[in-house]
Design a protein around this ligand. Structure first.
Ligand code: WTA
Length: 571
């Protein structure tokens, strides 16, 4: 297959002369696209929704095309403006102000997006939580952020440990169910009473917008703090990398509980006034292909695990659907296998464009720009305005083709501004003016970056980041477990799966029932994606003399690799 030849269905690209754009680049030029360029006061909700609602050409254009089993709905930019204004009024009534943290814990739905923009319109900070989180995960995030208001559904309420959340003043309940306690706000009732008009809280570019909790290798999940300024980069990368054009139908498959679902599921398309497909419900090859066919999706941003599952589903399934509306496909979150890129050429007659970034970076930094040659297996090159390098532990650049730590020169618009409540953690990301990603990679002679793995113990399962510490902490709460060490084990479809090594307390014996009970314990206490698919009972868990679990050693055992330096191993 010829990767250099751009399949004609991709069409003309927005960013034709990549090298030239890079040379004359300034973020100020990008800022010129926004209404706030002169006043200095902004609100990302205005730029994403209200600006188009005020434009007679666009107010009746479909902004949100919602589709889920049993529910289909369209909202225009005008309608989304009015609904988010109403919700902003509801929040004001309950004394939500600039800088307050308001969390959303609910499935994707039109109400989610109305509420999300309502939060931004009052100047508050939105914290979206993945709907599969269980009590412990919800508790950790709401406690750390000192959330004042939570928006959820009566179904999910049992996972909200209200007694442990002294800062939480109100819970907005969306949809049917019991809503009588004094802290509860009835979404439907109050939305009906609220006005369509709201005067937006104008904020500074550097004021807070989003808090996304994500996992590291140690400690509890940390709150990655993003400001309104990030929208500059969402806007720019939507043009250069997503290649969005006015009549595109765009679908980003990520849930807004993860950063891809906000940066590219909300801001990138709507800052450009593009029709955005939001699909609720679970993955199935038929439903996903069906969504592309039915809504004539033209630009599709998805993830390697989903693509690998489509590969396994086989050509027969794909052939049942008309997929010719697609003209541009992108992937993020985990390594994109070259075989999947090759499969994409056959299945869609299109190249799949890998993109690299992180919760902390807020937007795409390295990508296969559509007008450029693709090297399957490579993440591509840094986008305009971004300087990337491979550095050693001292912060010095290493030569081409040498592996090291993937790093980005500080100062791009969408970079996180803080780790909530944790300045030392924030500082630990930087060395010599570089943001250090923790990913190992190398750069080839032509400037393409090639991902090699994580340098820490963070697990990437189906594109979701899981901290081993969080899983280990939950495991040892189980009455049978004495100690636990958790690693990512390579898996052909999911990238990695979670494997736990445990020791049992006296009086407990290994059995299938016990292991299943442990799996369920993590699943129902933390979240399904954090539950170990494999559990192995050991006599001891290897630890350093200072008591740290030696996950590297567990991994070497698992993979049958040499165990390396074990001089710090406890007797
Ligand atoms: C991994 C997701 C290989 C990487 C937007 C990174 C990737 C982590 C790629 C961030 C890619 C992301 N190829 N690995 N194209 N993109 N990753 O914070 O290890 O959920 O550090 O952000 O995913 O995951 P996060």
């Amino acid at each position: 297959m010829d990767m250099q030849k751009v399949p004609s269905r991709e069409g003309d690209h927005n960013l034709k002369d990549y090298e030239q754009v890079k040379q004359n680049f300034s973020w100020d030029k990008v800022k010129g696209n926004f209404s706030w360029h002169e006043t200095g006061k902004v609100n990302a909700a205005y730029e994403a929704i209200d600006r188009h609602a005020e434009d007679p050409q666009k107010q009746n254009k479909t902004a949100l095309l919602y589709t889920a089993p049993g529910r289909e709905e369209r909202l225009t930019f005008g309608e989304l403006r009015n609904l988010s204004n109403r919700f902003a009024n509801v929040l004001k009534k309950h004394d939500v102000n600039k800088g307050d943290r308001v969390f959303l814990f609910m499935p994707r739905s039109p109400e989610f997006y109305a509420a999300f923009f309502g939060i931004l319109k009052v100047g508050a900070i939105a914290g979206p939580l993945f709907e599969a989180f269980m009590e412990q995960a919800v508790r950790d995030r709401l406690q750390d952020s000192e959330a004042k208001v939570l928006i959820t559904t009566p179904d999910l309420l049992e996972r909200v440990p209200q007694d442990d959340l002294p800062s939480l003043e109100k819970i907005v309940l969306v949809g049917e169910g019991e809503k009588s306690a004094p802290v509860y706000v009835d979404y439907e009732k109050e939305m009906e009473q609220a006005s369509d008009a709201f005067s937006i809280e104008w904020v500074d570019l550097e004021d807070g917008m989003l808090l996304h909790y994500t996992s590291g290798s140690t400690g509890k999940p940390k709150g990655v703090y993003h400001v309104h300024n990030a929208m500059i980069q969402h806007y720019a990368t939507a043009e250069w990398v997503l290649d969005l054009k006015q009549d595109d139908i765009y679908w980003c498959t990520a849930d807004p509980g993860w950063v891809t679902g906000t940066s590219y599921g909300i801001f990138a398309p709507w800052l450009h006034g593009i029709t955005n497909v939001i699909r609720g419900g679970r993955f199935s090859p038929e439903d996903w292909y069906g969504t592309i066919e039915k809504h004539e999706v033209s630009v599709w941003y998805t993830a390697p695990t989903a693509l690998r599952m489509l590969v396994s589903a086989g050509a027969d399934v794909a052939n049942k659907f008309a997929l010719s509306s697609l003209r541009h496909i992108l992937s993020v979150g985990e390594p994109l296998n070259p075989e999947v890129v090759t499969w994409g050429l056959k299945a869609f007659d299109l190249r799949i464009h890998d993109t690299w970034w992180m919760t902390e970076t807020g937007a795409i930094l390295i990508a296969n720009i559509p007008s450029e040659e693709i090297r399957p297996g490579s993440m591509g090159k840094p986008v305009p305005g971004i300087e990337a390098a491979i550095i050693d532990n001292e912060g010095n650049e290493v030569p081409a083709k040498q592996m090291g730590n993937l790093a980005i020169k500080e100062g791009w618009p969408s970079m996180m501004r803080a780790v909530w409540n944790n300045p030392s953690k924030f500082e630990s990301y930087f060395i010599n003016g570089w943001y250090v990603s923790g990913d190992s990679a190398y750069k080839d002679e032509d400037g393409y970056f090639w991902f090699q793995g994580r340098l820490d113990d963070v697990i990437n399962t189906s594109g979701e980041r899981v901290g081993p510490f969080e899983v280990e902490s939950k495991l040892i709460e189980h009455e049978a477990i004495a100690e636990a060490g958790v690693i990512g084990k390579p898996h052909p479809e999911r990238g990695e799966i979670i494997k736990a090594f445990i020791t049992l307390n006296d009086g407990y014996k290994e059995s299938e029932e016990l292991l299943e009970d442990i799996r369920q314990f993590v699943k129902t206490g933390l979240s399904a994606h954090a539950a170990p698919r494999e559990i192995e009972v050991k006599d001891a868990i290897p630890k350093t003399r200072s008591g740290k679990i030696m996950r590297r050693l567990l991994k070497s055992w698992e993979l049958g690799l040499p165990t390396g330096d074990t001089s710090t191993l406890e007797e």
